[in-house]
Design a binder for this molecule. Structure first.
Ligand code: AMP
Length: 219
């Protein structure tokens, strides 16, 4: 199974990607996570990407496309993969299309998780992440037992720089201008599945799996 998850920041792509990765036993590939790890490791890629990420802008296509190309040719992607946060521009989608054509492994479905801006702002501004284990909390909807401390590992929680109000606003604008054209792009290719993302995690997940099952039976 080869999937793309589309959706604005804070739509729950990462959460659904993790669940689907377990369901189908395929890797979930988040370009955002790869770039954040590269920043932490102070690699050249991370150093180049950081300034864009901090202000909520997109990292240049050529950098991200290289990252994805080298990741998708690793052996664990042979059985399939889930792309979370890539492609985000038409140029990225075209580069991905050419790569997958040359590998003769087309995308099965593009899942578009649809969530309104107000919901995104509420979710992202309350998001806190454990520095050690990456467990995600929300200050209102899923707070840790002790403020600022991870229930799992006891490490401190932090707020991503790009989850601060100015950057959220910018990320939503960037999404509307640069990424929403992909909805039409994949609709025209006939493999887009739209899912209402303003629901409980499990409801969204079941809806996605049901839609994918249906797709499999129709093929
Ligand atoms: P995410 O974790 O997916 O919200 O991504 C965080 C940030 O990483 C984005 O705001 C961008 O700055 C950068 N980023 C992640 N994926 C891409 C991509 N496909 N193209 C360009 N920038 C990206």
């Amino acid at each position: 199974m080869r999937l793309i998850l589309l959706g604005p920041p804070g739509s729950g792509k990462g959460t659904q990607a993790s669940l689907l990765s377990i369901e189908y036993n395929i890797p979930s590939i988040s370009t955002g996570d790869i770039l954040r790890r590269s920043i932490e490791a102070q690699e050249e890629l991370g150093l180049k990407a950081k300034k864009y990420m901090d202000e909520g802008a997109l990292v240049p296509d050529e950098l991200v496309i290289e990252v994805v190309k080298s990741r998708l040719t690793k052996s664990d992607c042979k059985r399939g993969f889930i792309l979370d946060g890539f492609p985000r521009t038409i140029a990225q989608a075209e580069a991905l299309g050419s790569l997958l054509n040359s590998l003769e492994c087309p995308i099965h479905a593009v899942i578009n998780i649809d969530v309104k801006d107000e919901v995104v702002i509420e979710r992202l501004s309350g998001r806190r992440i454990s520095r050690n284990c990456n467990q995600v909390y929300h200050t209102v909807y899923s707070p840790p037992r002790k403020t600022g401390i991870c229930d799992n590992c006891g490490g401190t929680l932090y707020q991503r720089d790009d989850d601060k109000p100015e950057a959220i606003k910018k990320r939503l604008q960037v999404y509307a201008i640069q990424t929403t054209p992909l909805i039409r792009y994949y609709q025209e290719k006939g493999n887009l599945i739209s899912i209402n993302g303003d629901r409980e995690i499990n409801e969204i997940y079941e809806d996605i799996v049901k839609s994918l099952d249906l797709l499999e039976t129709e093929r």
